[in-house]
Write a protein that binds this ligand. Structure first.
Ligand SMILES: Cc1cc2nc3c(=O)[nH]c(=O)nc-3n(C[C@H](O)[C@H](O)[C@H](O)COP(=O)(O)OP(=O)(O)OC[C@H]3O[C@@H](n4cnc5c(N)ncnc54)[C@H](O)[C@@H]3O)c2cc1C
Length: 465
C-alpha cells in the first residue's frame, strides 16, 4: 500500500501542510542512514510532526490505510533501520527537538525525541549535570538512541541508554498514546514497557518523549594511552584495571592499523617514538574522571604503575587537547573505515574476557577466506568494532555469519549497540533461537497488529505475528 493523493491530503490535516513532503520535495537525506550495506529507498511522503498529538494523528491515518511508517531521528544509524519502505511514510522527528525540563531536584531531563546528544550536553553542562551516554556521533537524536539502545565508550562506567531511560511517552501504531515509567528508578508495576520499547528499532511504537537520568558532571578528567606488543595483554589488563577501583570512564583498545589510520585522518601526532610505534600492535586508552584534581592525579599514577606491570611498552598521560583529539579520532573510526572502502562494519559483543579468543578465531577465519579485518573496541564492555575488507559479497556473507557464530558461541551477541536493522537481519534470523524470534514476532503483533511500523527491520516482512 502506498500514499495516495487522498492519504497525502489527510496527512496535511494531521500536521501542517508545509510539513508534509512528497515527490521531489523529499531530499535525498531522507532515503538512507549511514549503514554501508543498505541502499537508500524513496518514501512516498515525509511528515515532520511538531507534537505527540500530530504523531498520533499520522499513525491513525497510516494504520487505517495500512501504509508502512519509518521513524527517523538524525539517520546516523549503522544498521539500515531508518531506511524507508518504498512508497511508505517517514516520520521525521527533527521538529520535536525541545528539552522540556531539566529537573535539578530529581536529576532528570525530559526531552522530545529530536533533541540531539550535542544539544542535551550543552544544556546539562549549564547545570553542572551530564547525560552520560556518548555514542560516537553527537548529532544522533535521543529518539534514535532509545530505539537502538545506543551505547558508546562510557558504557563501562555508566551503562547504555537502557540504563538511563526512566520513562517514555510513546504512540502505538493505532494512534493510542502510552506513558511508561517516570521520574523514579524503582518500579515493579507490571511488565516493563519502557525497556521493551528501548532497542526495538522503531518496530513497536514511536517515542515522543523520554525521561532521562542525569548525573553530576565531574570536572576533572585524565586520559592515559598505553601501547602494547599485542591485544592479548590488553584484554588481560582490563579486569585488573576494573578491580583496582579507579572506575574508568573509558577503556578502549585500538589496533595498530586503526590507530595509524584514525590519527592520520584527523592529523593527530601523539608524540609516540617511532621505535614504539613500530612494535606496538595495539593500544589501550583509559580515561578517568573525578571531582578532585589531586585524587585524579593519584589514580593516574596508580594506573601508570599498574599498566607497566601488566606489560605496557610505555605509558603516556595525554595533555587535555591531545586526549580530546584522540577520543574524537576514535569516534571517527567509522568514517575512516568508510574512507578506506571497508565493505562492512560489525559491533559484535562478547564477554570482555573472551575478546582474545574471539579475535584469534576471527583473525584465522579472515585469513582462511582471504579477507582482511581491522578494528578497535570498547574493551571494557566486550564490544568489538571490526571493519571487513572483502569485496566478494558471498565470501563476505560467509565470513560475517561465521564471525557472528563465533561470537555467539563465546556467549556474545550479534550487535552490542548498532542494532539488527536490515543490515544484520539475515544473520540474526539464521543464528538466533527461533523460539525467541517467534516470541518477538508475537510481541510485535500485539503492539502493531497491521505490521505498519518499520516492516523489514529485525524481521522479514509479512505477517509479523
Ligand atoms: C561516526 C559514527 C559513530 C557512531 N558511534 C556509535 C557508538 O559509539 N555507539 C552507538 O551505540 N552507536 C553509534 N553510532 C550509531 C548511531 O549514532 C546510533 O545508532 C544512534 O542511536 C542513532 O540515532 P539517530 O537519531 O541517528 O537514529 P536513526 O538513524 O534516525 O534511527 C535509528 C533507529 O531508531 C528509530 N527511531 C528514530 N527515532 C525514533 C523515535 N522517535 N521513535 C521510535 N523509533 C525511532 C529509527 O526508525 C531506526 O530504527 C555511530 C554512528 C556514526 C555515524
Amino acid at each position: 500500500v502506498t500514499v495516495t493523493t487522498d492519504i497525502a491530503d489527510r496527512l496535511a490535516t494531521a500536521v501542517e501542510a508545509a510539513h508534509v513532503l512528497v515527490g521531489d520535495a523529499i531530499g535525498e537525506d531522507y532515503t538512507h542512514d549511514e549503514a554501508l550495506t543498505v541502499a537508500g529507498r524513496r518514501p512516498a511522503a515525509v511528515v515532520r510532526p511538531g507534537a505527540a498529538a500530530e504523531v498520533a494523528a499520522v499513525l491513525r491515518i497510516a494504520n487505517e490505510a495500512g501504509v508502512p511508517v519509518t521513524a527517523r531521528g538524525s539517520a546516523t544509524g549503522l544498521s539500515g533501520a531508518c531506511v524507508p519502505v518504498e512508497g511508505g511514510i517517514v516520520v521525521s522527528f527533527e521538529r520535536m527537538n525541545r528539552v522540556l525540563e531539566i529537573d535539578t531536584e530529581n536529576h532528570v531531563a525530559v526531552v522530545e525525541p529530536g533533541v540531539t546528544l550535542q544539544q542535551l550536553d550543552e544544556i546539562t553542562a549549564q547545570h553542572d549535570l551530564v547525560y552520560p551516554v556518548f555514542p560516537g556521533e553527537y548529532s544522533a537524536s535521543i529518539g534514535g538512541n532509545v530505539a537502538t539502545n545506543a551505547g558508546g565508550m562510557r558504557a563501562v562506567k555508566y551503562g547504555v541508554t537502557r540504563h538511563q531511560v526512566l520513562g517514555l511517552e510513546a504512540v502505538l501504531a493505532s494512534g493510542e498514546t502510552i506513558r511508561t515509567g517516570g521520574k523514579f528508578v524503582k518500579a515493579t508495576t507490571g511488565y516493563d514497557l519502557t525497556q521493551l520499547i528501548i532497542g526495538s528499532e522503531g518496530t513497536l511504537a514511536l517515542v515522543t518523549e523520554a525521561t532521562l537520568k542525569l548525573y553530576p558532571r565531574l570536572r576533572h578528567q585524565a586520559t592515559v594511552l598505553a601501547p602494547f606488543p599485542s591485544l592479548d595483554p590488553i584484554t588481560h589488563a582490563i579486569p585488573r584495571i576494573v578491580d583496582s577501583g579507579i572506575g574508568p570512564l573509558i577503556l578502549e583498545y585500538i589496533d595498530m592499523m586503526t590507530m595509524s589510520a584514525t590519527t592520520a585522518f584527523v592529523g593527530l601526532d601523539l608524540g609516540i617514538p617511532e621505535t614504539i610505534r613500530e612494535q606496538a600492535l595495539a593500544y589501550l586508552v583509559v580515561m578517568m574522571e573525578n571531582r578532585h584534581e589531586d585524587r585524579l592525579e593519584e589514580d593516574v599514577a596508580q594506573l601508570a604503575d599498574q599498566l607497566a606491570e601488566l606489560g605496557a611498552m610505555d605509558v603516556y598521560v595525554l595533555p587535555a587537547a591531545a586526549a580530546g583529539q584522540l577520543i574524537d579520532a576514535r569516534e571517527k573510526s567509522f568514517w575512516v573505515a568508510k574512507a578506506n572502502n571497508a565493505d562492512d562494519i560489525f559491533d559484535i559483543v562478547v564477554p570482555r574476557a573472551a575478546i582474545p579468543e574471539f579475535m584469534t578465531k576471527v583473525t584465522e577465519l579472515a585469513s582462511e577466506n582471504a579477507s582482511w579485518i581491522a578494528g578497535c573496541g570498547h574493551a571494557g564492555d566486550g564490544n568489538v568494532h571490526l571493519s571487513i575488507f572483502q569485496s566478494d559479497p558471498d565470501v563476505r556473507a560467509h565470513v560475517s555469519k561465521e564471525m557472528f557464530r563465533i561470537g555467539m558461541a563465546l556467549g556474545g551477541a550479534i550487535s552490542g549497540e548498532h542494532g539488527i536493522g536490515e543490515a544484520k537481519k539475515p544473520y540474526y534470523l539464521a543464528l538466533e533461537d527461533p523460539v525467541k524470534v517467534d516470541l518477538m514476532r508475537r510481541i510485535k503483533g500485539a503492539f502493531d497488529p497491521n505490521g505498519i511500523l518499520n516492516p523489514g527491520t529485525i524481521f522479514d516482512s509479512g505477517d509479523p505475528a
